[in-house]
Design a binder for this molecule. Structure first.
Ligand SMILES: *Cc1c(COP(=O)(O)O)cnc(C)c1O
Length: 366
């Protein structure tokens, strides 16, 4: 007997049975392979791979990162849980999810530096949502401290910026972990998706919510994500090393005011990142500051090897200006409070030759 090396791409939206009795029995036994919004073999191949990487009982693939976040929050808030406490430094789309929908519980916001103190004051039954590491200053939350401070809470972690290659948040105390699979998991800028990994009842509730709400991942997208995962560790290793190299060169450049990457000894979370992440790697995203907005615009307009584009985690290096793009909805005082200066630039490093990327950046900095 032989078998394929890669999972078959099963596009079938529905699954047939030999008899009415067989189908009825499948429904009774809660066999999910009945209809692709419920489950699909290609999607399940991806989910099994991610669950293993996360050390989770199961994983659910969704149509985008934000749908995974939405389902994780709803699943955790079942059975009268609450309030929902969300870190300030989360993805912009997560803010929008909180402000657009009417939530059935109080929504509390907290900053990364006060997370453990706030967690201690929360009632049992609270749901805590945090992001690890953050955008664009690459801060690393004390997840284990958070777990100890709130033993009864349900902790949800968006670990998109680290990817499962660098950290397994469930081993550090998280109850569920979500990723925008659009970023490192896919890794090639050609697929939008999300994944949510969890155990037990939380996982079952999330599966039911995905079925009810409908943001199932398309099997073709699941196949591309499965394929992207084959090279996740290789890519993240290279991207992290290149980001650390660029961070160290930038730190020495006379036009650069500050550099934010946990590989730097002066980063506030340097020690925590070294202990938490695989091989002390710190991921492929870093940011740095030049004098002002005009200087930032000049760098962006001069670089050749970085695409001017949102997103991260793919093979192509990207550059963005947070004050004018991802954090534009904040007013200047809020941006200052969040540490987003007008001269801040964010790099999402790809897999290109690092020396070539540095030569390009150095040229653009003048
Ligand atoms: C991109 C991103 C998301 C949203 O993911 P989509 O796939 O775009 O829906 C959520 N969290 C983080 C940290 C992200 O970077």
């Amino acid at each position: 007997m032989s078998r394929p090396v890669v999972p078959p791409l099963v596009l079938s939206s529905t699954f047939s049975f030999d008899s009415a009795g067989d189908m009825a029995a499948a429904v009774q036994s809660k066999d999910r392979m009945l209809y692709t919004r419920w489950s699909n073999p290609t999607v399940e191949a991806l989910e099994a791979d991610v669950a293993e990487r996360e050390g989770a009982e199961g994983c659910l693939a969704t149509s985008s990162g934000v749908s995974a976040i939405h389902i994780a929050m709803l699943a955790a808030l079942a059975d009268g849980a609450g309030p929902l406490a969300v870190q300030n430094e989360v993805y912009g789309g997560t803010h929008e999810l909180l402000t657009t929908l009417r939530w059935p519980v109080d929504v509390i916001r907290f900053g990364l530096n006060e997370a453990v103190d706030v967690a201690r004051s929360l009632p049992a039954g609270a749901v805590i949502f945090c992001e690890l590491p953050t955008n664009p200053l690459v801060r690393v939350l004390d997840l284990q401290g958070l777990r100890r401070a709130a033993p009864g809470a349900t902790i949800l972690v968006d670990a998109t910026f680290a990817s499962p290659s660098l950290v397994q948040p469930m081993a550090l105390g998280a109850d569920a972990v979500v990723h925008s699979a659009t970023k490192y998991l896919g890794g090639h800028h050609d697929v939008v998706g999300g994944v949510l990994s969890a155990n037990g009842d939380l996982l079952q509730r999330a599966w039911h919510l995905r079925k009810v709400l409908g943001p199932t991942l398309d099997p073709s997208a699941a196949y591309r994500l499965w394929r992207g995962l084959r090279t996740l560790d290789l890519r993240v290793t290279q991207q992290s090393r290149s980001a650390a190299l660029l961070a160290s060169r930038l730190a020495e450049h006379p036009s650069v005011v500050a550099v934010h990457h946990p590989s730097r000894p002066d980063h506030p979370d340097h020690a925590r990142a070294a202990a938490m992440f695989r091989d002390g790697l710190c991921g492929g995203v870093l940011s740095f500051e030049v004098a002002d907005a005009a200087a930032a615009a000049a760098v962006i307009d001069r670089v050749q090897r970085f695409e001017i584009a949102a997103s991260l985690g793919g093979v192509t290096s990207l550059i963005t200006w947070p004050a004018g793009v991802t954090h534009v909805q904040l007013n200047p005082a809020e941006r200052a409070e969040a540490g987003i200066s007008d001269g801040l630039l964010r790099l999402a490093v790809g897999v290109e030759d690092a020396e070539g990327l540095w030569a390009d950046l150095a040229g653009a900095l003048g």
